[in-house]
Design a protein around this ligand. Structure first.
Ligand code: PLP
Length: 373
């Protein structure tokens, strides 16, 4: 690569072993066909299902493959049959923007659980909302935030959810391969993961169900995925997803330490005056969201790209317009600080040399900016 890639939270480069698995499966037949070619495709699909199930501590028959975390989250929101929805203010738009639509179509009132200044859900507010919400409620709480990396108190939230007779949907898209993701210890009813965040191909993900989780199938079709998500499966990409999932959890503790060392090396050498967000919470080992004095994220992302370093702004960028981050606003961060937020996120192929190259580009940019000011 002739550039330095520090944007694994947006999408990790595909792992070589996942890429090889995709290539091997590209000519797969329809896995629902009963002839030998179909059975061979089915075997590839079921291998992927088993690998994914093992990675998150679930039963293979409770893994529902979908086109990504977004679709898997939409499936869970629609399929729970909940009479009310409670979503944290920190959720990804796949939940946050979809929940009002589900609320309207299913006549289930929607409540938003606020965040604290530390970037985690406010548990006492969640408890109060659960007391008021019609039962059974579905609570959506991510395991780790994609912008700040803040790890959410899912175990404590799960205890409140259980006490209230509610269901819990955990978006673990950013957590898999970085911290432990285990369906049972999280006490989640529904768990969602994504392939391209862990070095698998884009366009596939999974909804994982706890045993006995309610599932009102939202659509009909060919009956694939036990009727839960009809449509011919993307065998090649799912084969890559299975291999990536196995790799991502193989030496999780060691990899988490390696990533944390890279992240700490990065943060320790940031230019003077830089502010790192959500440091008072436990964070993913790979993510750093920071702001530099007087430097707008929009122009910094472009300048760093010109210097060969890929990072992202903390602000949501859609249709060419950069809006201040909803997540930082929910944490009480001012709009001015939010507009300066830059995110670096490391992953399986990141090295100390990448960190040092990113730092050199950031220091050069800060120096040019200080001169011009
Ligand atoms: N949830 C979180 C926390 C994410 O960071 C993302 C992707 O950015 C998604 C869900 C959506 O994932 P996908 O791209 O697989 O639809």
């Amino acid at each position: 690569m002739d550039f330095v890639y520090c944007d694994h939270n947006a999408g990790a480069p595909i792992r070589p072993e996942a890429s090889e698995a995709v290539a091997r499966a590209l000519s797969a037949a329809n896995p629902s066909s009963i002839h030998r070619a179909g059975r061979a495709a089915k075997a590839m699909l079921e291998d992927a299902r088993e690998a994914l199930a093992r990675a998150v501590g679930a039963a293979p028959e409770n893994v529902v493959f979908a086109s990504g975390a977004t679709e898997a989250l939409h499936l869970a929101l629609a399929a729970s049959g909940a009479r009310s929805l409670v979503v944290s203010a920190l959720e990804h738009d796949a939940v946050f923007a979809q929940a009002p639509l589900v609320s309207r179509s299913s006549d289930a009132p929607l409540f938003v659980a606020p965040a604290t200044h530390d970037g985690v859900v406010d548990l006492s507010a969640l408890e109060a909302l659960l007391a008021a919400a019609p039962k059974p409620a579905l609570v959506a709480l991510m395991l780790a935030n994609n912008e700040t990396g803040a790890i959410q108190p899912v175990a404590r939230a799960a205890a409140l959810v259980r006490e209230a007779g509610a269901m819990l949907l955990v978006d673990a898209a950013q957590a898999l391969g970085r911290i432990r993701v285990d369906l049972t210890s999280l006490d989640a009813t529904y768990l969602v993961v994504s392939s391209h965040k862990i070095g698998g191909p884009q366009g596939v993900g999974a909804l994982v169900l706890a045993p006995g989780a309610p599932f009102v199938t939202p659509g009909a079709g060919g009956g694939q995925e036990r009727g839960r998500r009809p449509g011919t499966e993307n065998v090649a990409s799912l084969a890559g997803f299975g291999v990536a999932a196995a790799s991502a959890v193989r030496d999780l503790d060691g990899e988490a330490l390696r990533l944390a060392a890279l992240r700490d090396r990065f943060e320790a050498a940031l230019p003077r005056g830089a502010r790192v967000f959500a440091t008072s919470s436990p964070r993913l080992p790979n993510t750093s969201l920071f702001a530099m004095p007087n430097l707008r994220a929009e122009s910094a992302v472009i300048a760093l790209d010109l210097a060969g370093v890929c990072v992202s702004s903390g602000a949501a960028c859609s249709s060419g317009k950069v809006r201040p981050s909803r997540v930082l606003a929910a944490m009480g961060v001012s709009e001015a600080d939010s507009r300066r937020a830059l995110r670096v996120s490391f992953g399986w192929n990141s090295t100390e040399a990448d960190v040092d190259a990113a730092l050199a580009a950031i220091h050069a940019l800060a120096a040019r900016h200080a001169e011009a000011a």
